[in-house]
Ligand binder design. Structure first.
Ligand code: ZN
Length: 128
């Protein structure tokens, strides 16, 4: 039996490179064709070089040829929601109905549609 998206995200969080914030974040995305990609936050001493777990997971999917996401799960100790930049990246590679779930170590989960979290996203349509 395959692991749940939450289990995959929690597993990814264990590989977090977060010596500065000490915040271990894991994300798992489910692509339209049913493949899961995982990512963890990767911090950098420059701070500006830091990348969130959600974007790592999405970029891994895209770099393997999967450009449309169906669900994403973000795991942190305290159940943090994705940041605005990650929501914008999700917009590029999903529809407004992308299911975004963020959960904490105690098992509390919040699930929202992407359009609820980023109400006025900038989309490729704006560039036409
Ligand atoms: Zn982020």
């Amino acid at each position: 039996m395959s692991k749940s998206l939450r289990d995959e995200a929690q597993d990814a969080s264990t590989r977090s490179h977060s010596p500065y914030s000490k915040a271990k974040v894991g994300a798992a995305v489910l692509t339209d064709n049913g493949i899961v990609f995982k990512g963890c936050n990767v911090e950098n001493a420059s701070y500006g070089g830091t990348v969130c777990a959600e974007r790592v997971a999405i970029w891994k999917a895209v770099s393997e040829g999967h450009k449309h996401m169906k669900k994403i799960y973000v795991y942190t100790k305290d159940g943090w929601p994705p940041c605005g930049m990650c929501l914008q990246v999700m917009t590029e590679f999903s529809g407004p109905d992308l299911e975004v779930t963020f959960g904490d170590e105690a098992g509390k989960e919040t699930t929202k549609k992407l359009k609820e979290l980023l109400t006025h996203s900038f989309t490729p349509e704006h560039l036409k």
